[in-house]
Design a binder for this molecule. Structure first.
Ligand code: SF4
Length: 413
């Protein structure tokens, strides 16, 4: 029996639609739970769907709708199927961004005594985590940010915070996310996000943007014909949700947010404008830097190409590049807007599709995580006034080195 835990994120099977073997992580399973809910009296689940901003942009481009229209119509579509609440993972991304910012500053401050504090490697991409655990194990793990991804923060919010508000135990909620990438199924299936007490996961099922489209097609619907409804909110004191985004690009804007926060927290510098530099000779590397009289340089590098990053990590291990050169913070790889689970055109240019997905994604007003009053409220109420142990338990995770198999089936990364 092969489960998702055996996956090497090689894109060889999980990412090819015809061989998605994972029954728990499919829109058929989602349908099964919805139809069971219609007949069962006692075991009815509270069904919650959390849509990622990247998937929303993909669906908006497909139907030529604005982001706001798409959010309202998608909410209506899922609710008509029997879903009780539809949320947006932009909200949970506030926590991921805030925790990444804090983690970076803490690592920066302990870099003299802790040689594994920097560079901090981003953790929001499950494909990269899978690769790191299975190929570089204990060597690279200490450098990876422990902050949970927006999907998994949403998992904790829905199953813990929201569940308690509705007097539901985690196993009485069925939580589905709509994501731009098949690797997110892999992430939801990690043992670290399994609640042994209630025998349930923080995210029960992940469907891709493409699978959401398939559901619309199976219902014989065009999203433009679905009547829009108001957006849900998790809070009793807030009547309607609103569509927001974060600045800094399609993978979540971690680089930009961490850069601004670190400049202020470490050097008292308010960064007003972000200017990316392209490193000489390395077309796909973008850099943000801050030069101060007492400090030589802080460098943040944003790398677009997976292969490029892997080469750098190999060289870092072989001591061919210093951690300074590798960067103080690395976010990789970018491109969730172009993830493998996004809606692709069967004919025509996907380049044009991507461009319109990017434009739609960027068309939404951005928020600053520190300024969101509901996020502050949750740090106070849910996380015991941001009590460090509580914050670490709920908003952070851990990684595990996987022993290499010595069989002929080994894949060379
Ligand atoms: S879309 Fe790409 S960058 Fe985003 S999570 Fe998936 S594999 Fe990682």
């Amino acid at each position: 029996k092969i489960s998702l835990n055996d996956c090497l994120a090689c894109s060889g099977c999980i990412t090819s639609a015809e061989s998605v073997l994972i029954t728990q992580q499919s829109h058929e399973e989602f349908y099964r739970v919805l139809s069971q809910n219609k007949v069962a009296d006692t075991s009815k689940k509270l069904v919650v769907v959390s849509v990622s901003p990247q998937s929303r942009a993909s669906v908006a481009a497909k139907f030529n709708l604005s982001i706001e229209e798409t959010a309202r119509r998608l909410t209506a579509f899922f609710k008509n199927l029997g879903v009780h609440y539809v949320f947006d993972t932009t909200f949970s991304r506030n926590f991921s961004l805030l925790e990444s910012q804090r983690e970076f500053v803490q690592r920066f401050q302990r870099q003299t005594e802790d040689k594994q504090a920097l560079p901090m490697l981003a953790s929001a991409c499950p494909g990269w985590i899978c690769y790191a655990e299975k190929t570089h194990g204990n060597y690279i793990i200490p450098f990876i940010s422990t902050t949970k991804s927006p999907q998994q923060v949403m998992g904790s919010l829905v199953k813990d915070y929201f569940g308690k508000l509705h007097n539901k135990t985690p196993d009485q909620i069925y939580h589905v996310t709509v994501m731009p990438c098949y690797d997110k199924k892999l992430e939801a299936s990690r043992q670290d996000f399994f609640n042994t007490e209630y025998q349930t996961r923080d995210v029960d099922c992940v469907i891709t943007s493409g699978e959401a489209l398939k559901m619309l097609e199976e219902e014989g619907l065009c999203l433009s014909d679905v009547a829009p409804v108001s957006l849900d909110t998790m809070f009793n004191n807030r009547l309607e949700g609103e569509v927001l985004n974060h600045s800094g690009g399609g993978s979540g804007g971690y680089l930009e947010h961490i850069y601004k926060h670190a400049a202020k927290a470490l050097f008292g510098v308010e960064v007003q404008e972000i200017t990316y530099k392209t490193l000489k000779g390395e077309f796909f590397v973008r850099q943000l830097s801050l030069e101060e009289p007492t400090y030589i340089l802080i460098i943040y590098i944003y790398i677009y190409i997976y292969k490029n990053k892997m080469e750098r990590i190999e060289n870092f291990k072989k001591k061919k590049v210093s951690s300074q050169a590798l960067s103080k913070f690395s976010e990789l790889p970018s491109g969730c807007l172009n993830g493998g689970g996004q809606i692709k055109e069967k004919s025509g240019s996907n380049k044009d599709v991507l461009q319109s997905v990017e434009e739609l994604y960027e068309s939404v007003s951005t928020e600053i995580p520190e300024e969101n009053p509901y996020v502050r409220e949750l740090y106070d109420q849910w996380l015991n006034n941001a009590e460090p142990e509580m914050v670490h338990k709920i908003l952070h995770t851990q990684y595990h080195a996987v022993e290499k198999m010595s069989t002929g089936l080994n894949i060379k990364w």
